[in-house]
Design a binder for this molecule. Structure first.
Ligand code: TRP
Ligand code: SF4
Length: 329
């Protein structure tokens, strides 16, 4: 039986952090055994925010690829590629853009949210408004059945489905299939300062951080503010550090900390050192793997080239089908 197909993309915005890993990448790795997976680096999407510094993008593509491979994405199981090396994405984006009413795009909640959020770049571009159209092109070119995304991306996917229905209705042929979102359960992970983990807040722990950097970052983490002094009891539920224990530490240790914290029997400093030790133990194999992969840029490039070649054949065939349906082939 043919496996169902999955497609997902990630913008290259530098090294990946734990939020990216637990929010998406870990799930991608799990899916590669069961599905036919296409994963790509959405470098054209990243131009919506990086257009003033495009020279960074190639470096970021490499970093993301290294993080992917060291986290367990296996080019023997899934297809890894770079969006901008497949011009069919741009061509289909253009074609679709002719039939998508602008109000559909303006209604997209992330459009306004991101404009309010990003202050250092002008986000009023035509390209940013059309971001969901490019994303739709990405998905339909591979006839993906499922798209693993975070809950915040769900409106984009709904819009994609609307665009697909419009295309199929206009040309009376089901060229594209409507993908379903595959929303994964994501542990709530904040950055060291208690805000959402994000590169732009400078509060992230990266997959590429050294043991020293991780130790330093964990030690600097905000904990339950009620524990002003060592003798003040705390509550792991409001502590910014505890979610990491939930990920990395064994259950008995979690239980012990939970009770000791509430009775002020453990200090935050000791609690942090316990976390550092379970975290490093857990991350060490991937950290070593990462160093090894990063030292072989040619091999990384070969993997992306091979994946791109394979993906392009699929994309070109679908684009041709779409043009035939439109009678413009
Ligand atoms: N918008 C996604 C993000 O920023 C990246 C992306 C681009 C994507 N095209 C996609 C995700 C297609 C899923 C499917 O994370
Ligand atoms: Fe958080 Fe641990 Fe301090 Fe409790 S003891 S507040 S769980 S860091």
């Amino acid at each position: 039986m043919k496996r169902k197909r999955i497609l997902s993309g990630m913008q290259p915005s530098g090294q990946l952090h734990l939020g990216n890993y637990f929010g998406a990448l870990k799930n991608w790795v799990a899916l590669q055994d069961e599905f036919e997976c296409f994963y790509f680096i959405a470098d054209w999407h990243s131009l919506t925010t990086l257009y003033e510094d495009p020279h960074l993008i190639n470096k970021y593509i490499f970093e993301v690829a290294v993080d992917w491979l060291s986290s367990g994405l296996d080019p023997g199981k899934c297809t890894l590629f770079v969006q901008s090396r497949i011009p069919e994405h741009a061509e289909l984006h253009l074609i679709l853009s002719m039939m998508v009413p602008v109000p559909w795009l303006e209604r997209n909640p992330t459009y306004k949210e991101k404009q309010d959020e990003v202050k250092n770049v002008d986000m009023s571009s035509f390209g940013f408004l059309g971001y969901p159209i490019l994303q739709t092109a990405d998905i339909v070119l591979y006839k993906a059945h499922f798209v693993p995304v975070g809950i915040d991306q769900a409106p984009h996917l709904e819009l994609s489905r609307e665009i697909i229905r419009r295309f199929n209705n206009l040309y009376k042929k089901k060229v594209f299939i409507e993908p379903a979102a595959k929303i994964s359960e994501i542990p709530k992970l904040n950055g060291t300062d208690g805000r959402k983990m994000s590169k732009s807040y400078d509060n992230a722990i990266y997959l590429s951080d050294s043991e020293e950097q991780i130790t330093k970052k964990v030690r600097s983490m905000l904990t339950d503010p009620a524990r002003g002094r060592r003798g003040d009891p705390g509550d792991p539920k409001v502590c910014n550090l505890f979610p990491l224990h939930k990920i990395y530490s064994p259950q008995p240790m979690q239980d012990e900390i939970d009770s000791a914290c509430r009775k002020a029997e453990i200090g935050c400093g000791d609690c942090k050192m316990k976390l550092v030790s379970t975290m490093l133990e857990n991350m060490r194999p991937n950290m070593e793997k990462r160093c090894e992969i990063a030292s072989k840029p040619k091999e990384v490039e070969e993997i992306l080239c091979a994946g791109t070649e394979k993906a392009r054949k699929v994309a070109a065939a679908t684009l041709q089908e779409a043009k035939v349906a439109m009678k413009i082939a």
